[in-house]
Design a binder for this molecule. Structure first.
Ligand code: ADP
Ligand code: ASP
Ligand code: MG
Length: 817
């Protein structure tokens, strides 16, 4: 015999009920004796509880909710074409009269006891199951209606009653002895020996199925729901969760105790005791295999089976010197809690015996604190034990699986993934059965923790980097093109996936946790983007709190840089070609680095100097490998490089600047380049990388332009003045020519002095031969003394800069291995 159970969403509408009928009839064809348990129509139990509460608070709105419930059922009857079923009509009429009277009574006495609430909240199952039984009959399926109140007998623990299995099993067995057909059974509801209505707790219809299954020694219990089975994590919180094909009863029990709503926790026990296979299957996708819960799990591909969470807990801590070496402290502590009916979710004790911490539901925290403080009153008065400390706004995440017993390194992987994502553990506990490791964390980190763990345990073969990108100008749009082009290759050869979660230009921003196509980002921004503000962008990004998050700033905006500190504080890495953060005040520069170290996140900016050339990386490598920098010399401006490489005999300096301007090589006002400010920023960054505490105005810049050019009011005035100054530049060039030298605009760091000046270099100098807009950086170090280490190549341009940014994003992927 097979026992089936269909949850609220599976019977939420007439359409769904028709599909359920198909499934049940398929099973009935093979097996002439079927027990099918039904929940209330999805949402009805919530509505029943709401109407009861409103009535208890003497609010007339209770009638509105009552009407809504009634209409919903009348509508279903009509849709299922059962309006002519007199028996059904009679049943529903009398049920609604009863419910109405009950609510009216609650309204009059202004009190809703747990006892009455159980009565009210159980109506949903009565109504749904009765309607479904009639529908089956109308389809020539022999559906018999069973009110489980007459069979499942419980104590008087209203709200979550305990089953008297001796009586219950007998009742069920007696009924089914003579039965054949499809028994349509109300889930969730039961009654006391006196006949008073009780319930098995929210979500309890699963349990009803297990109770019937165990009593009848069923061949299988099938729980039909709205997902493909038990998944590796709650799919509402972890988008990449996937179905687990098999698990043991113990694993399923741990998953459900730790919050996996897909199975109601007590459901497993009766099935386990009788060794009945328990299936979780999807009504919306009946052909899917689902999850098989039994004594053996064949599915051992991963270190763990799943990740669960209890979203809201409080942590209480008892501590004091009076606890060390004293026997019976925990017995008294947990005795006091048990007397106050407080359920303890997790316990940890430090080996010093100085503290015991335990987690409870937030609603129990105050009761627990009071009970313990009463129990330890004497010790507290004598200051041997401190007052109970209560920490709130916490959650528990648990990794679960029997395979943990045989696999070392599970907690290592867990904490490593927490560390890399800046999640701190408030308390941890591991059961001695090694079936689960639970960690108490701050609730704000819950989403990130679940996703980070999921990535670490289940998707380690593919790493996902969540990218938030501000700025889709020349560099940003080129970067997106590169990402799009490389994504297949990255996945294949590097097992890396770039998930573009957010993108913005100066006007609009768009977020999608599931990922934005880099190909269509323009359309997406245009059509679906909301209006852009940097603070809103940052707020949204930090609130999403995704693991492996990377913030990419492709702007040159100071406004964005102001938020870097907050970004790093939230354990989000930064990759940027924007130089402003690193060339601002030293104090701010240092603080960003401090935060990145403390939070263990990356702050990467290789493209600040020399675009995609490995300038900063090379310098860092030299330093970390123990070399000492003696001198850095560099041509750091592509623009100035272009100008001086082309300034040869027969050319006019002003013409070349004009040409560079025309080609877009210069800033709109070429004086920004010619003043050496941009070069100074880069030299400042390089100097700081060597460990120098230096500010912008410590850099000595020898001015290239004569005063008249510098003072010109507009850009065209400047060009006019530049024309007039050609002789001045010609003279400089001639002087160099005569010595067979060329002019180079060189940034230099030596003996802690940073200077920028126009210099003459001879043919032996590595800077003599430069072409186009090349940058060149030469490091003279203790190791590279005779001949300096030189990095040379194109130091500007969208392609190479974007490629540099891209490379750093990928390098963060390696870090998350
Ligand atoms: P039903 O009404 O069928 O009893 P529930 O809503 O009680 O359905 O349970 C199914 C829901 O449980 C799923 O829709 C899913 O959102 C949630 N859920 C939470 N954790 C898990 C998990 N680990 N695996 C599958 N579903 C889960
Ligand atoms: N209808 C009940 C509830 O919503 C029982 C169940 O669906 O399992 O809690
Ligand atoms: Mg459920």
């Amino acid at each position: 015999m097979i026992v089936l159970k269909f949850g609220g969403t599976s019977v939420a509408s007439a359409e769904r009920i028709k599909e359920v009928a198909e499934i049940v009839s398929g099973i009935y064809k093979k097996d002439k004796k079927v027990a099918a348990v039904f929940s209330a129509f999805g949402g009805v139990t919530d509505d029943l509880i709401a109407t009861g509460r409103l009535a208890g608070e003497r609010k007339m709105e209770y009638l509105k909710v009552y009407d809504k419930i009634k209409l919903r059922h009348i509508h279903a009857v009509r849709e299922l074409k059962l309006s002519k079923d007199k028996e059904l009509q009679k049943f529903l009429d009398s049920a609604f009269v009863e419910l109405h009277d009950l609510l009216h009574g609650v309204f009059l006495v202004r009190e809703l006891s747990l006892r009455t609430l159980d009565f009210i909240s159980g109506f949903g199952e009565l109504l749904s199951t009765r309607i479904i039984a009639s529908y089956f009959a109308s389809k020539k399926m022999p559906g018999a209606f069973l009110d489980a109140k007459q069979y499942i007998k419980t104590d008087e623990n209203f709200g979550s009653a305990h089953v008297d299995f001796r009586v219950t099993n007998k009742n069920i067995q007696d009924y089914f002895r003579k039965f054949s057909g499809i028994a349509c059974i109300t889930g969730f509801i039961s009654s006391t020996s006196k006949g008073e209505a009780t319930t098995l707790g929210r979500g309890g219809s699963d349990y009803t199925a297990a109770i019937f299954g165990a009593a009848l020694h069923a061949d299988e219990i099938q729980i039909w729901t709205d997902v493909d089975g038990v998944m590796t994590a709650d799919p509402r919180k972890v988008k990449k969760a996937f179905t687990v094909s098999s698990m043991t009863y113990e694993e399923a029990m741990e998953m459900s105790h730790f919050g996996a709503k897909v199975i109601h926790p007590p459901t497993i026990q009766p099935a386990l005791e009788k060794g009945i296979p328990l299936w979780i299957k999807n009504t919306f996708n009946p052909s899917h295999y689902g999850t098989l819960i039994s004594t053996k799990a064949t599915d051992q591909q991963f270190m763990i089976k799943g990740i669960s969470s209890i979203d809201e807990v409080a942590l209480l801590t008892l501590q004091g010197s009076g606890m060390v070496g004293v026997a019976g402290i925990s017995a008294r502590l947990f005795g006091a809690l048990s007397q106050s009916k407080v359920n303890v979710i997790l316990i940890t004790q430090g080996s010093s015996e100085h503290t015991i911490s335990f987690a409870v539901k937030p609603a129990d925290a105050i009761i627990a604190k009071k009970a313990i403080e009463e129990a330890f009153d004497l010790e507290m008065k004598a200051h041997l034990i401190e007052k109970v400390r209560v920490e709130d706004n916490l959650s528990i995440v648990a990794v679960i699986g029997e395979n943990m017993r045989n696999t070392p390194g599970v907690s290592g992987r867990l904490f490593q993934s927490f560390g890399k994502n800046g999640i701190s553990a408030v308390a941890t506990a591991q059961g001695s059965s090694e079936l689960n490791i639970s960690v108490v964390i701050h609730r704000a980190d819950l989403n990130k923790a679940l996703n980070a763990l999921h990535q670490a345990f289940f998707l380690s073969d593919i790493k996902t980097l969540n990218v938030f990108m501000i700025g889709v100008g020349l560099i940003g749009s080129t970067l997106l093109k590169q990402i799009e082009k490389q994504s297949g290759h990255l996945k294949k050869s590097r097992s890396l996936e770039i998930n573009l979660v957010a993108v913005s230009n100066s006007k609009k921003m768009f977020f999608d946790e599931k990922g934005i196509s880099p190909r269509n980002y323009k359309d997406t921004l245009e059509k679906s983007g909301e209006s852009m503000s940097v603070s809103a962008f940052i707020k949204k990004m930090t609130q999403l709190n995704l693991p492996q998050s990377i913030f990419v700033d492709n702007t040159s905006s100071e406004d964005v840089v102001k938020h870097y500190q907050v970004v790093l504080d939230h354990s989000i890495s930064i990759v940027t070609p924007n130089k402003i953060a690193n060339s601002g005040k030293f104090k701010d520069y240092e603080k960003l680095r401090d935060t990145s170290r403390k939070k263990n996140v990356r702050f990467l900016y290789e493209t600040n100097v020399g675009a995609g050339l490995p300038v900063i990386g090379t310098l860092k490598d030299l330093l970390t490998s123990g070399d000492t920098i003696l001198k850095i010399e560099a041509v750091l401006s592509g623009t100035l490089s272009f100008i001086f490489n082309n300034f040869k005999t027969g050319t006019k300096f002003s013409d070349i600047v004009h040409e560079a301007h025309k080609r877009g090589y210069t800033e709109p006002d070429p004086r920004v380049d010619l003043s050496g400010m941009d070069v100074a920023r880069k030299l400042l960054i390089l100097s700081r990388e060597t460990g120098l505490n230096i500010e912008m105005n410590d850099i000595v810049i020898e001015q290239l332009l004569p005063v008249n050019c510098r003072k010109a009011k507009t850009v065209s005035d400047f060009f006019a003045e530049l024309e007039k100054s050609n002789d001045f530049f010609d003279a400089m060039r001639k002087k160099a020519d005569e010595k067979k030298k060329v002019l180079r605009f060189i940034a230099q760091l030596e003996n802690n002095n940073a200077t920028i000046s126009l210099q003459e270099v001879d043919t032996n100098h590595p800077f003599y031969n430069l072409s186009g807009s090349d940058n060149i950086i030469s490091y003279t170090t203790e190791r590279y003394h005779e001949r300096p280490l030189v990095v040379k190549g194109p130091g500007a341009g969208a392609e190479v800069t974007a490629a540099g940014v891209f490379a750093e994003i990928i390098s963060i992927g390696n870090y998350f291995e």
